[in-house]
Design a protein around this ligand. Structure first.
Ligand code: NI
Length: 183
């Protein structure tokens, strides 16, 4: 699925921000992968490229379906993005990594999160074809971050540096009470 990787004046979908209830609602599994699902994925990509992000999950645009898009190569107009439908992590490596994450729903906030380094994920692509992927590095990180969104979890929920969290939230106009720490 190729969509121009350019910023639009008016992106098709609004990306909701920390504090919005829609970010906390779990997403439902998708049955048949239809043209309507592909339309949503296309609109999500257009909105993601406009916001200059590398990943976006459907709940961030108020759609509670298990759908997410990722593109780690924003500079290359011909490399296709990945569309993940009903993703499931089927294996997790033993190693863990700390990496500074951000999120289009929490603009300006960047904080360290600890996650498994390597994963295996199974999903359907935008044509409904079953796929399996082994990922590490940024791709693994991004898939795990976006899959959290499908469960109503945000990366700030996983931040353990409480002082850093409060400082970053405050500086960017967000409230600590909207974080639901998981650790
Ligand atoms: Ni995010």
């Amino acid at each position: 699925m190729l969509v121009p990787k350019t910023a639009l004046e008016t992106p098709p979908l609004e990306i909701h921000k920390l504090g919005a209830d829609v970010l906390r609602q779990p997403a439902r599994r998708i049955g048949k992968v239809t043209e309507q699902i592909r339309d949503i994925a296309r609109d999500m990509l257009r909105s993601m490229y406009t916001a200059k992000g590398i990943g976006l999950a459907a709940p961030q645009v108020g759609i509670h379906q298990q759908l997410l898009v990722i593109d780690l190569d924003l500079e290359n107009p011909t490399s296709p993005p990945l569309v993940f439908i009903n993703p499931e992590i089927t294996a997790t490596g033993a190693g863990i990594d700390t990496y500074e994450e951000g999120c289009l729903s929490i603009p300006g906030v960047y904080l360290d999160v600890v996650r498994p380094t390597a994963i295996e994920v199974s999903f359907r692509d935008e044509m409904g074809r079953p796929r399996k992927m082994k990922a590490d590095g940024l791709m693994s990180r991004c898939i795990q971050h976006e899959m959290d969104h499908l469960n109503g979890v945000l990366f700030v929920d996983r931040v353990t540096d409480e002082a850093g969290l409060r400082k970053e939230l405050k500086e960017n106009g967000f409230q600590r009470q909207h974080v639901q720490s998981v650790s």
